[in-house]
Design a protein around this ligand. Structure first.
Ligand SMILES: *Cc1c(COP(=O)(O)O)cnc(C)c1O
Length: 400
């Protein structure tokens, strides 16, 4: 498996041990518990001396296949899973951060992650320092003062800012910090943070890994020692992945490369197309040469991902008229699915923040997040074209 290429690994990887009855597909094992007639056997499995399952909160054969597959895709020593991406993040931070510890991160992490940093961790006497995203000198200066965890996300949500993972991992290692990277936006197709020196990689499997917006899940990959520590925290605290979700995510992951390759391509084409419209103010996509993180993205990513964002003239009013006109896009909070998904940041990724907080983070109120689907690019472009033209006329009428 190790020598096989990515798409081969995504199809064949991790499933063998979970197959049963000669079935060629991983079964959904809904059993809460596993019975043993031999008391010694039961004991050996229970204390971890022997392979097997005891209770669904701890392990499950379908969920195990999911963990094996993501482990293989991130080329990690170990992986574990969670009920959601946020559970992966909160359980990982909960495992390693205790009163008196210091964690350093960036201002542009995912909205929920930002809430953990600003609302929950400070209540537990964990010191949180959030640096300007992309200001590598500032992060290095804070890290040099010492920290338990350096937590990164690249590209970020929604303005797709880029952080130099290799450089930051070096800084973190120098002070003995654990370097954790949320790789949800990039996916293992485009970026492998472990290869760049990170200790742990997190995914919201709900997004690109599943790819069909029909299952919630989270994943963590890294060394056996670190992953086992977080697994233990999760098995006790109970944020377990559901077997049905694991099945759907496994099925989605088989086409991960096909989908993400197409999403990379569509996102790039849409980013370039958006720039040709008068009504579009700014386009944020790391694949564009003018993007401030373009050079670093080129270094650490094999492609630039399926996520972009853009702001429009006329503020929220334009957004209100524009988005309902798109025929081939869901107006929804999720991302990374086969269908194109759009949403204003003030309603989606940063709904928890006040307008002032969003402004401070450089997120205009008219910012639209665009998750490129795998539709035909001609249809996606035509859809934007008709929507922009209709909205220009409407907004002109309103203003006259
Ligand atoms: C969605 C998302 C999360 C949270 O994942 P859930 O599965 O919704 O809990 C974390 N990080 C990023 C970058 C995300 O996009």
């Amino acid at each position: 498996m190790k020598n096989a290429k990515f798409s081969t690994r995504s199809i064949w990887g991790g499933e063998k041990d979970s197959l049963a009855f000669g079935a060629t597909q991983v079964p959904v094992v809904h059993s809460v518990s596993y019975g043993y007639d031999d008391m010694d056997d039961w004991y050996e499995v229970a204390i971890g001396n022997k392979e097997g399952h005891i209770y669904g909160r701890n392990t499950n054969p379908t969920v195990q296949a999911f963990e094996e597959k993501i482990k293989i895709l991130e080329d990690a020593e170990a992986a574990t899973s969670f009920s959601t991406g946020m559970a992966a993040i909160s359980n990982t931070l909960g495992t390693f951060l205790y009163p008196g510890d210091r964690v350093i991160s960036i201002k542009d992490t995912y909205g929920g992650t930002n809430k953990i940093f600003t609302e929950f961790l400070p209540k537990q006497q964990v010191e949180v320092v959030l640096c300007e995203t992309g200001d590598h000198e500032a992060i290095e200066a804070e890290v040099a003062k010492g920290c338990k965890v350096l937590y990164l996300e690249s590209p970020t949500n929604p303005t797709v800012k880029i952080t130099d993972i290799e450089r930051m991992a070096k800084a973190g290692k120098a002070v003995g910090a654990l370097v954790i990277v949320d790789n949800t936006f990039a996916t293992p197709v485009n970026q492998n943070p472990l290869e760049l020196g990170a200790d742990l990689v997190i995914h919201s499997a709900t997004k690109f890994l599943g790819g069909h917006a029909d299952a919630l899940g989270g994943a963590l990959c890294g060394s056996k020692k670190l992953v086992e520590a977080v697994y233990h925290y999760r098995e006790i605290n109970g944020a377990t992945m559901d077997p049905m979700a694991a099945y759907l995510l496994l099925r989605g992951m088989k086409t991960l490369k096909l989908r993400v390759d197409k999403q990379n391509e569509n996102a790039m084409a849409i980013a370039q197309y958006l720039k040709t419209f008068e009504i579009v103010d700014d386009v944020f996509y790391p694949g564009l040469e003018e993007h401030p993180g373009h050079e670093i993205a080129k270094q650490q990513m094999s492609n630039f991902g399926g996520m972009l964002s853009f702001s429009v003239k006329g503020g929220v009013e334009t957004v209100r008229h524009l988005l309902p006109k798109l025929r081939f896009a869901n107006r929804a909070a999720n991302l990374g699915s086969v269908e194109t998904i759009v949403g204003p940041s003030r309603t989606t990724s940063h709904v928890e923040c006040t307008p002032e907080e969003r402004a401070a983070m450089g997120i205009p109120e008219s910012l639209i997040r665009y998750s490129a689907g795998i539709e035909d690019i001609d249809d996606l472009k035509q859809d934007l074209y008709q929507a922009f033209h209709a909205v220009s006329e409407e907004v002109a009428t309103i203003n006259s």
